[in-house]
Design a protein around this ligand. Structure first.
Ligand code: C2E
Ligand code: MG
Ligand code: MG
Length: 556
């Protein structure tokens, strides 16, 4: 059955036409034969064949063709097959009446049975079609049904908006209470969505935790989506073995328009998916509508991702090193490694852009590996000449340090390059600690046990409070440039920087200020007892040869 529905439209129409012609030929032939020869015996070759048997064969063939028509197009096939079989039945009844005997009764009986069989087959097909488009848990139309409805709307040139809703929170219920309770929740969510959307809209359950709504152009999506998110947020009470507990779900929502210039299903779905991804990144209970800016950033993302891949393959990445100094006596502490992309004939792409795009995929892991390996290879001699007192800081993405086995990989690169581990510092941001169940702490422990230092980059920009800072297993706090920029102008900022330095020292870590550009900032940081400075005032990021000279001069 599926095969008949999958063959292309033209071929289906052709096959259906052929079936009608064959049915018509068989019907005419059986009528002519029975009118001309009645109940006689027909000589076929040397055998005498009763006319009624011949008619029975033709009727069976007509029934088979009728079934094929139903499989090709259920509704039209049912009507056409019933017309032919009905005519055949009428012919047999007429023969009984005209001849006054029951010799045509088996033919009439056969035709009736065939009609009933075709109706039953058609009913079964209808039922399976409905089952194929219905989600068995919630009773809503599923992904297949959603695609079919959207395809039809686009075909009919209708306009509107589709909304994808990812509901968070089913997982813990499934694993703690059992799938039955997870399914109960899914049904409650489905009912709640259906209760808040207007009758003109329709709800779907498209994948595991994803629902969808289809809205016609006449409906304003924002208002309805806010209601949907609010209803999903309401606690749901679950009762297991007499004990009730409240379950809190959240959702992120992406929407995209369909119709007009966006007239194919795949594009509409892709747009809604992108919008939903934006919402996912912004956190729970957020809603994004796909717009031109998203489209442009998506196109840019594709271009930059290509550039990153090509740069890794063709060696278009290189490293620069920005010096760090002690505040008290401007002694060289070491260098922060910063990556640069140099694509021949292309505009320069800043690392802040390509790193954040690489972080969306696993490309950033390749970048981190490249930087670790190359910087250790390049700076090894400098470290030896400083009697292993100089520091090489390498930025590592939150995604990388959160992975199991990251520390072992670093140790392997250290060993391969015969790099003194006490000279290596891994810079991470507070986001590395954000996700539950990641391996950041475990990795840090292994690294620190092997003398490698850990710095917390960009401190003061995120959500980590001074209290939380105390509990992080780090050696160095890097105060973000944004705090240094306002150090002199804003008294509250100065107090905050003072507290960071105080807290840092209290937890036995050292403190470095990033992005220092002015003398008065240096003066202020010195008074606040800050340990180190990294900034344009004393050194911009420089290429390897320059960094080597600087280091040799410092340790000459
Ligand atoms: P970051 O790790 O906080 O690096 C410091 C950034 O501030 C660098 O920008 C540096 O050039 C800039 N900077 C330092 N001092 C000053 C100053 O006095 N004034 C001004 N205006 N800027 C200053 P850059 O090289 O563009 O890097 C930007 C960000 O890109 C880095 O921030 C880091 O998050 C990321 N990044 C750079 N290289 C790598 C890398 O090798 N791996 C990874 N994972 N990320 C990297
Ligand atoms: Mg850094
Ligand atoms: Mg920084």
């Amino acid at each position: 059955m599926k095969n008949f529905q999958l063959i292309n439209n033209k071929l289906r129409k052709l096959l259906f036409g052929l079936c009608i012609v064959l049915s018509a030929i068989l019907f005419v032939a059986s009528t002519v034969v029975s009118m001309r020869f009645g109940t006689a015996m027909l000589p076929v070759e040397h055998i005498m064949l009763p006319v009624s048997s011949l008619n029975g064969c033709m009727q069976a063939l007509m029934a088979l063709i009728g079934i094929i028509m139903v499989l090709i197009d259920r509704k039209k096939g049912l009507v056409t097959a019933c017309i032919f079989m009905g005519l055949s039945l009428a012919g047999a009844v007429r023969a009984i009446i005209v001849s006054g005997n029951l010799s045509s009764a088996p033919g009439a009986f056969n035709a009736l049975i065939f009609i009933l069989a075709i109706i039953m087959i058609s009913g079964q097909i209808k039922y399976s079609n409905e089952m194929a488009v219905t989600d068995s848990v919630t009773g809503l139309l599923n992904r297949y049904g959603f695609d079919r409805v959207l395809r039809r709307k686009l075909w009919q040139n209708e306009k509107g908006c589709i909304v994808f809703i990812h509901v968070d929170g089913f997982g813990p219920v499934n694993s703690n209470l059992g799938r039955r309770y997870g399914e109960e929740l899914m049904t409650v969510v489905a009912n709640r969505i259906e209760n808040v959307i207007p009758a003109k809209c329709s709800a779907y359950k498209i994948e595991g935790s994803e629902y969808a709504i289809m809205m016609p152009e006449s409906v304003a999506p924002d208002d309805i989506i806010n209601k949907v998110m609010a209803t999903i947020k309401q606690p749901i009470t679950i009762n297991k073995e007499g004990i009730s507990s409240n379950c809190y779900l959240g959702a992120y929502v992406g929407a995209a328009e369909y119709g007009g210039s966006v007239d194919d299903v795949d594009t509409v779905l892709k747009h809604a998916d992108i919008a939903m991804n934006y919402a996912r990144k912004s956190g729970k209970n957020t809603f994004f509508m796909f717009d031109d800016a998203m489209k442009e950033s998506l196109q840019r993302q594709v271009v930059v991702e290509r550039l990153v891949k090509d740069s890794l393959k063709n060696g278009w990445f290189y490293l620069v090193y920005q010096p760090q100094y002690t505040v008290s006596d401007k002694r060289l502490r070491g260098f922060e490694t910063l990556i640069r992309m140099n694509v021949p004939g292309e505009e320069k792409v800043p690392p802040s852009e390509f790193i954040s795009i690489a972080e969306l995929s696993d490309l950033v892991l390749e970048i981190d590996q490249y930087v670790l390996d190359r910087s250790m290879r390049e700076l090894r001699e400098i470290c030896y000449s400083s009697s292993n007192t100089i520091t090489l800081a390498v930025n590592i993405s939150a995604k990388d340090i959160a992975r199991a086995g990251f520390a072992d990989k670093v140790l392997e690169v250290v060993a391969r390059n015969e790099f003194p581990p006490e000279c290596l510092e891994i810079e991470i941001t507070e986001y590395s600690f954000a996700e539950e169940g990641n391996h950041t702490i475990e990795n840090i422990k292994i690294l620190r046990d092997n003398q490698i230092m850990i710095a917390l980059d960009d401190f003061g920009t995120g959500y980590t409070s001074l209290g939380q800072l105390m509990n992080l297993p780090i050696n160095l706090v890097k105060i973000d440039k944004s705090l240094i920029d306002n150090l002199i102008r804003n008294e509250m900022n100065m107090d905050f920087v003072k507290s960071i330095i105080y807290m840092g020292h209290l937890m036995d870590a050292e403190v470095i200020a990033e992005g220092v550009e002015h003398d008065n900032q240096v003066e202020c940081l010195r008074n606040l007892d800050c340990d180190f400075i990294q900034g344009y005032i004393w050194g911009r990021p420089m290429e390897y040869d320059e960094a080597r000279e600087l280091a040799y001069d410092a340790y000459a």
